[in-house]
Design a protein around this ligand. Sequence first.
Ligand SMILES: [Zn+2]
Length: 174
Amino acid sequence: METGRTLRESSLRVTGWRAWVVTDTAEGPRLGSVLHDLLWQPGGPVVAECRRDDDPFATPIGPHPVPAAECNCGFHAVRDPVDALSYARGRDEPGTVCRILGEVVVWGHVLETEAGWRASHAYPARLYVPDAEIAAALATYSVPVCGSPSSQTCTATPSPSELRSRIWRIAAPS
Ligand SMILES: [Zn+2]
């Protein structure tokens, strides 16, 4: 996802938008990154690694913190859901069930960019899943799963305080 030029470093925990692929695994449907071969497991954060050295078209820049201003690594989150929408469509790998949009909380080493953030740690905060069966399966992430950003009803919605404590546990700096 393109989030634009890096503006400043931040240590804040922020919530933005992103797209995921939903992939069939032996354990059931799991969220995966759209551009990389990375599964997001329930119950703990994903931690970013730089894949620049695997990219034959990228100029090597040597060892650097993830994310780095001069690189494009880290988990991307955008401020405006419209910026994430184009990534919710695309050519899908075998095993991909669908793509979804959602809100994501990012923290750790965070860079604020023109359109959002890039960060070292991430976990879903709220998922928008039109298909009821997939929505039920994704309740395993213990975050609200809603039909659409405009719908009032969410399945598997814990109380706000319970939710806050769950996300807090997952996102607590260790
Ligand atoms: Zn990098």
